[in-house]
Design a protein around this ligand. Structure first.
Ligand SMILES: Cc1cc2nc3c(=O)[nH]c(=O)nc-3n(C[C@H](O)[C@H](O)[C@H](O)COP(=O)(O)OP(=O)(O)OC[C@H]3O[C@@H](n4cnc5c(N)ncnc54)[C@H](O)[C@@H]3O)c2cc1C
Length: 415
């Protein structure tokens, strides 16, 4: 595959852009692969990429029922940070954040990583104590983060009202190298690199059954025929419960819709990401100028990948005291994705009751930031059959053993 470069752009500009190749091939399924990954979102594609790059395994099919990144990967608000409280979380999210730093160069694809800084506002005394504790934990974990004063918050984000009557800003947990990236580009960049290594990306191909024999997976049935495999990775986020059921086991995961919305585009007014977890809303500004706004999950389990009016009202009502300017903004569009929530709000990267079947799920409302690190850890698990240091604590047996990695209690939010 030809590399993207400034020289390539200049060359193509001179010949009316006729020479660009397809970013990835659209092959017919083969009868058999060494590894099948179900799910062509960021985590599935990153898993395949690191299987190829780190372990030389390239006879892989990535099977996607819709289009690449059409699940949560293309529906999220792209916040990237790693300042989690618990050691296993901080380790995998920081690995991921550090991979994002050079992902564009590694993939030769501009994923528009923008380390503009992420602040999590402390608007109650409880949050002040909680975030100070996280800042100390992060110092021990080697994650660069700090607790900053309300004045510094105002300097970094002048449109914030720090003197609200109900929720004044008392400080914030600030991660200067957190930020955002372009979500589709992350999926497309990994896909292009996987295809370049000879892997098959099968879109519009739904897995309808997992074939098993003597406690092992032998292959999958799909809407494009049956395909055999030696190992299977299930990486389907909100649909994990359904695919696990096809494989004959149950997961401690619930599926809920998480919604987000964007405003009309306005001039640049905010160059950091702000999360207000007490009122439960967060906001950043996209390169197009739209204010990207998100809030909490729906209050009931469902599989509806769409927005609803109550969410616009709830989220904007929550944020308007802290961001008075949004009261005068028109909202342009909204959408929803199905997130997979575990009881401790931490992911599952795990072996399963089937010997050659592995699962990666449970990233819930906060897995975009984890894509590179999760792919790295899942590839290690599939290649070796046992988890490496990054995934060691995220096995699903922790729920049976009561060994939770409780980030929801730690942060009040897991985005
Ligand atoms: C509104 C919203 C905002 C969010 N904001 C953030 C944020 O700011 N920061 C952050 O870090 N995270 C955020 N997230 C969470 C993040 O988007 C997800 O954790 C992450 O994208 C999950 O990636 P994935 O690759 O596991 O799943 P997905 O991208 O959903 O990919 C799974 C794929 O599996 C496919 N699939 C399912 N069943 C089958 C089948 N039977 N056969 C074949 N294919 C199948 C689906 O079509 C899908 O494409 C947000 C999520 C939403 C919905």
């Amino acid at each position: 595959m030809r590399r993207y470069s400034a020289f390539a752009i200049a060359r193509e500009a001179l010949r009316y852009h006729q020479g660009w190749e397809r970013a990835w091939r659209a092959p017919e399924p083969k009868s058999s692969y060494d590894v099948i990954i179900i799910g062509g979102g960021g985590h599935g594609l990153a898993t395949a990429y690191y299987l190829g790059r780190n372990f030389g395994i390239t006879n892989i099919a990535i099977i996607e029922k819709g289009w690449l990144g059409g699940g949560n990967t293309g529906r999220n608000t792209t916040i990237i940070r790693s300042n989690y409280l618990q050691d296993p979380s901080a380790a995998i999210y920081e690995k991921s954040r550090s991979l994002y730093e050079t992902l564009s160069q590694d993939l030769n694809y501009n994923v528009m990583f923008s380390p503009r800084g992420v602040m999590m506002l402390a608007q109650t005394h409880h949050e002040v104590r909680g975030y100070q504790r996280t800042a100390h934990a992060n110092a021990l974990q080697g994650v660069a983060t700090e607790f900053i004063s309300p004045q510094r918050v105002k300097e970094l984000c002048p449109i914030l009202n720090i003197d609200g009557p109900r929720y004044p800003v008392l400080g914030a947990l600030w991660q200067a190298r957190g930020g955002t990236a372009r979500h589709d580009a992350v999926a497309w960049g990994y896909a292009r690199a996987c295809s370049d290594m000879g892997m098959d990306i099968l879109q519009q191909c739904e897995v309808t059954a997992v074939r098993r024999e003597n406690g092992q997976v032998t292959g999958v049935d799909t809407t494009r025929g049956s395909i055999n495999c030696k190992k299977l990775g299930i990486v389907v986020a909100g649909h994990s419960g359904q695919v696990a059921e096809m494989a004959g086991f149950r997961l401690p995961v619930e599926s809920l819709a998480l919604q987000a919305l964007v405003s009309e585009p306005i001039k640049p007014c905010m160059d950091v990401v702000v999360m207000a977890n007490t009122v439960h809303g967060y906001m950043s500004q996209s390169d197009k100028g739209e204010m990207v706004i998100g809030g909490g999950t729906d209050g009931f389990n469902n599989y509806t990948q769409r927005g609803s009016f109550h969410h616009i009202e709830e989220t904007l009502r929550a944020l308007v005291e802290t961001f008075p300017m949004i009261s005068r903004l028109k909202m342009l569009r909204q959408w929803g994705g199905i997130v997979d929530m575990t009881g401790d709000r931490s992911p599952i990267i795990s072996r399963t009751p089937l010997g050659n079947c592995f699962i990666n799920c449970g990233w819930g409302t906060g897995g975009f930031k984890a894509i590179p690190g999760s792919g790295w850890a899942m590839a290690e698990l599939i290649a070796n059959g046992t988890p490496g240091a990054l995934a060691a604590e995220f096995g699903m047996d922790r729920f049976r053993q009561g060994r939770f990695i409780d980030e929801s209690v730690a942060a009040g939010v897991a985005h």
